[in-house]
Design a protein around this ligand. Structure first.
Ligand code: SAM
Length: 230
């Protein structure tokens, strides 16, 4: 046999790269903590590192950092004081590898990251019914659900706020209902206080959540473990 052609050599090294990546992944799953509660699995981890280990899901339903420094703003009614972290300073690099992990995706704050997302006519819009306050009256989720743009009017009430950008449970359950094929396994790579997982649990769906900050991961564990609507 003669020397490999440049194309054969390239294929050889690509395979070598894949093998090394697989070996690296098998060596050490990159998470600090994993907690399983019923059909929900919660990870304290960086989703950009962990997601390649987890495979594919029916749907990604998430609320990533918007890159607008939400933690530095006065949020909600201002009654609740939240820790001033800097997790919202930037949209994570390589976010697409995370958002692409499901057949379907619902991305809250998608209007802040249109450079990563295809044009869509399938926005889900939460109308907060808080007219007269200085905050946005609506929040927008990018989807590829094929559902046409829809809105839900939902006034925040009854749920204790444990995270500065927490979403109401009913809003997330409304999102699930617009997703085709009745998704059974949902991932939220930017779990925050665990709203997506709790919504999935209430619907009888399986869910996986990932959160970088220990404090919010703990809040999510408590919410899931207590199984009450707070
Ligand atoms: C917009 S908040 C989500 C709030 C959530 N929707 C709720 O109802 O509580 C985004 C969360 O992503 C987390 N986060 C940021 N970068 C991350 C990363 N690389 N991996 C995992 N979580 C991350 C932040 O700590 C923050 O809690």
């Amino acid at each position: 046999m003669g020397d490999p052609t440049p194309i054969e050599a390239k294929a050889h090294f690509a395979k070598l790269g894949d093998d090394l990546l697989r070996a690296e992944i098998a060596k050490e799953p990159p998470f600090k903590r994993r907690v399983v509660i019923g059909d929900c699995t919660l990870y304290e981890a960086d989703c950009l590192e962990l997601m390649p280990h987890l495979g594919a899901f029916d749907a990604v339903v998430t609320d990533p950092p918007y890159g607008i420094n939400a933690t530095k703003q006065t949020l909600g009614t201002g009654k609740k004081k939240f820790k001033r972290g800097n997790w919202d300073a930037n949209i994570p690099r390589n976010i697409l590898q995370v958002l692409d992990a499901g057949k379907y995706a619902c991305i809250w704050g998608g209007n802040y990251m249109t450079q990563f997302l295809d044009a869509t006519n399938d926005w889900l819009i939460w109308h907060k019914a808080n007219d007269g306050l200085s905050f946005s009256e609506c929040e927008m989720a990018w989807t590829n659900f094929g559902c046409q743009t829809r809105h839900l009017t939902h006034y925040w009430g009854g749920e204790q706020k444990r995270h500065p950008t927490q979403k109401p449970l009913d809003v997330i359950r409304w999102c699930f209902r617009h997703c085709p094929d009745d998704p059974q396994v949902i991932v939220d790579p930017f779990m925050g206080s665990g709203t997506t997982l709790l919504a999935a649990k209430l619907d009888g769906r399986k869910a996986i959540g990932i959160e970088l900050e220990e404090e919010y991961c703990e809040v999510a564990v408590q919410r899931l473990a207590q199984n009450v609507l707070f």
